[in-house]
Design a protein around this ligand. Structure first.
Ligand code: DGL
Length: 275
């Protein structure tokens, strides 16, 4: 009984998924969104795959309870370690979970949504991938890329410490770490033609990445691309867009502190409540 709310759920280990939420809000301002940040357990990027899987499953179940039928894992670490396994284990009826890799890789490889043709040559040859230690270790990006493109050399840089610094609100430290990770990458690959920000926290530092990489490197970040893919998906699956009207922000962390950081990052008032 009762009318079921059908807001779209957005999950991240912490604040990073807000970059995705913000892009979705700009493109689809009337769409109700329920954000879930597992801030008390961030960063996920230093945890093993088993741990990331069980934490992600728990958070997604919390979003089902909010009446969401579609949840976006706005977290590469969770997408790499948990998405495929959750889909294989079977989701409840009418529930869907989408990750953030595929839209990015489709953009990089110049593909339309759902183009399953064999891998082919693409314009980019040398790609720098910046991601958390867990995402780098999973090699999920390279695997998804290999389904779609040939002849692309990927050099991955595991960016230890960046997510912790952002979660702690220490942007001076975050900037210094980003610069040193970019330098480390460029020692291995001196002239990348594209860079992937493979962690949803990193767009908060995108100008630092771009400056450190130089203007000849095209920097791909997920927020915009995921928002476009979602718009496209909802157009084709309007049933996933119910009459839900309530946007809210849930956290396992300290709501006051998380609200302050979120407000600072998005430059508009965000109020979190305890999950
Ligand atoms: N923002 C997340 C990602 O996209 C994860 C960060 C973390 O908790 O380590 O990978």
């Amino acid at each position: 009984g009762g009318s079921k709310r059908m807001a779209i759920g957005i999950f991240d280990s912490g604040l990073g998924g807000l970059t995705v939420l913000d892009a979705i809000c700009k493109k689809l301002p009337a769409l109700p969104l329920v954000y879930m940040g597992d801030n008390s357990r961030a960063p996920y990027g230093v945890r093993d795959a088993e741990d990331v899987y069980s934490l992600t499953t728990r958070a997604v179940e919390r979003l089902w309870q909010e009446g969401c039928d579609l949840v976006i894992l706005a977290c590469n670490t969770a997408s790499a370690a948990a998405l495929r396994r959750m889909q294989e284990a079977g989701l409840p009826e009418h529930k869907r979970v989408l990750g953030v890799f595929v839209p990015l890789i489709e953009a990089l490889t110049e593909r339309q949504w759902g183009d399953n043709s064999p891998p082919r040559q693409v314009a980019v040859k040398n790609v720098a991938l910046f991601a958390t230690p867990a995402t780098v270790a999973s090699r999920a990006f390279q695997r998804e890329l290999a389904f779609r493109a040939i002849g692309v050399d990927v050099e991955a840089q595991s960016c230890g410490g960046v997510v912790d610094a952002i979660e702690d609100g220490d942007l001076i430290l975050a900037e210094a770490l980003v610069r040193s990770h970019v330098q480390a990458l460029m020692r291995k690959m001196p002239a990348p033609d594209a860079a992937i920000l493979g962690c949803t926290h990193y767009p908060l530092m995108d100008t630092i990445f771009q400056n450190a990489l130089g203007e000849n490197v095209r920097v791909y970040s997920q927020a915009e691309l995921v928002a476009e893919s979602l718009q496209d998906y909802l157009h084709r699956h309007p049933d996933k867009l119910g009459q839900g009207s309530e946007t809210k922000f849930l956290t396992t962390g300290e709501p006051g502190l998380v609200s302050d950081r979120a407000t600072q990052f998005l430059k508009r008032k965000i109020i979190f409540e305890a999950a």
